[in-house]
Ligand binder design. Structure first.
Ligand code: MG
Length: 163
């Protein structure tokens, strides 16, 4: 048990609506093409995947959540690049990330073609050697969402070590 005390686990989720007049769809810092051109409606760049990873990271550090540090009421974070928010959060936490497991839930777009690029970009942003980030994709089974909008829901769990 002594050896385990420097390890921390963190879990984060995020959900964004996708709408016809949304922002460009960015997942894990990678521009992804939606077949109907839908994108997120958000204060920042709306990168739902990085928002879930930031919450997992802050959770592992017992440092609250993304809204605590980067509130959407603060004009500083309007149009913010979530890659930069992740780098800021990482610098605050003093953690080395061991691995991250991510589930992307959406009916569209198909994640498969982007999986490797997203994994390697998230790995790079977290200062990890490649191979430590796993991306899984699940669908909503075509269930109709309220109001006919689409959505992406992301869950992320990570293991970290105190630096
Ligand atoms: Mg978000």
């Amino acid at each position: 048990m002594e050896r385990m005390k420097h390890y921390r686990v963190g879990y984060g989720t995020d959900l964004h609506r996708l709408e016809p007049n949304g922002r460009p769809l960015v997942l894990g810092g990678v521009l992804v093409e939606h077949p109907k051109g839908f994108g997120p409606v958000a204060h920042s760049d709306g990168d739902v995947l990085l928002h879930a990873v930031i919450d997992a990271l802050l959770g592992a550090a017992c440092m609250g959540d993304i809204g605590t540090h980067f509130p959407d009421s603060d004009p500083r974070w309007k149009d913010a690049d979530s890659s930069e928010l992740l780098e800021l959060a990482l610098a605050m936490t003093n953690l080395h990330i061991c691995n991250v497991d991510i589930v992307i839930n959406c009916d569209r777009p198909k994640i498969g073609p982007y999986r490797n690029e997203i994994a390697s970009n998230v790995s790079r942003l977290l200062g990890m050697v490649s191979g430590g980030v796993n991306i899984k994709a699940k669908s909503f089974e075509g269930l109709p969402l309220q109001g006919g909008v689409e959505a992406i829901y992301v869950q992320a769990v990570l293991l970290a070590q105190l630096a």
